[in-house]
Design a binder for this molecule. Sequence first.
Ligand code: GLC
Length: 546
Amino acid sequence: MGNMLARLLRAAIPAQRVATTAAPRSPWWRTAVVYQVYLRSFADADGNGIGDLQGLRSRLPYLAWLGVDALWINPHYPSGGADGGYDVIDYRAVDPEYGDVADLEQLVADARRVGLRVILDVVPNHTSDQHPWFQEALADPSSAAASRYHFAPPSEEPPNNWRSLFGGPAWSRTPDGRWYLHLFTPEQPDLNWRDPAVAEDFERTLRFWLDRGVSGFRVDVAYGLFKDADLRDNPGTYSPTLFGHGPEQAMTWNQPEVHDVWRRWRAICDEYDEAMLVGEVSLADVGQVALYSRPDELHQSLAFRLLKSPWSAEDYAEAVVEALDAFGEVGAPVSWVLSNHDKERKVTRFGGGDVGTARARAAVLLMLALPGSAYVYAGDELGLPQAAVPDEAKRDPIFFRSGGLRAGRDGCRVPMPWNETRGVGFSTDPDARPWLPIPEDWGRYAVSRQARDGGSMLTLYRRALAQRRAHPSFAEGEASVSRQGDVLTVRSVGPSGTVRCVVNMGSQPVVVRCPGSVLLSSTTRLPRSGDGLALPPDTAVWLSED
Ligand code: GLC
């Protein structure tokens, strides 16, 4: 199917494809816009330069005003700090840097009051090396805890040819010479999901947080957990691409046994009111990704291809159609993603400066016009570029493990600018030293400044979210995607009639037929041309045909 589809889309003729979303009227998550909060960088209430739960709580009115439906909070657990909180020491606690469980409960309750649901990040593929299980396993090779990880007896060579995603070998030695597996950093030993105690403990963790009112979980590395039962060598060579896992790593990822974990987790969520699971399934084949969201598995699995596509109508059309087809086949909504805490900020990715900003504006209109659910990363609504973080201030293990060859992800994790005062309002103490340095000019992106500016990125996001709500045909409708040269059109028919999103990804203006009205556009320069509109390069428009 892939090749045929690609040929179809490459053809110069309007390649019309209808993708069904076939959704019954939605539970909330099918069309939700989820705002990803990088907790450490969002808002600091206690003045120590690190974002926290009370800081986030104080900014709930902003998020309600913005118009999103739910928040996903990056890991808040006590952590060894080796990988931005993705090395968890205690899954049923809050890191004192961020607050405590009572703060989280308060956040969830307050969020609900302003119409926002809260989703937590759960990290089941690996723990921290400081987790009590790993510590016990280190101290005693014959302990029950040792079988919850992948240890191998001392030997000259590691047990197989697997490599860490962050660079270097996937095996390190314990002080007594044993090998242990870590697909990420050595401080993140991989759990052995063939030991039932692991599954039992995570089920307890899910209930612990669901009982405290959260609305679900973003599941880290959901395509991992189980490894080949015999830990055989991978067939292919290691790819240095961070999240491009193909068949060359067939022994490491995407083992069939993992789907049963999601079935059990789904059953647990079903016991709670409207709880949902969204998986990070970074597999190259979207057909495989969609299988994680079969009706009895994860509610959603994130569709990452837009996040990686170059600015081209051909690539975008292919990514959109491919995802609509694959998820449509299993009856799941697509969960669109344009940016997150692992990727370069999209303004920079799209070329930076005015061009990058124009494209980021157009791209978000496209994303929010697509049927399904969408994920917005904190700071994107401000058009933040990738920040230049000096090497000596960097924290990301990718930078260190690649010997500085890869810049790492710190530049998209820099604290949020809230106002134009000293310290840009990130911390209650303007003199607090933020955990990552904030660029000098960050105040120009501040929320307070953009909220007053009718032409700002923030205003565009807010209007788009309001229009998306007012015109449910975008999120709930049946979409057809077509491409004519550099122009991509998504036409959706649904409960609010027929709507269209047209994106000009080329370098020349194009005339767009406009029988109805303009709902929103990414540019203020939208001159009439005959009975149509002249859409400039790198812009998008939302139209209603009724
Ligand atoms: C996921 C997270 C990433 C983290 C990795 C290891 O890919 O998004 O930030 O480093 O898992 O847990």
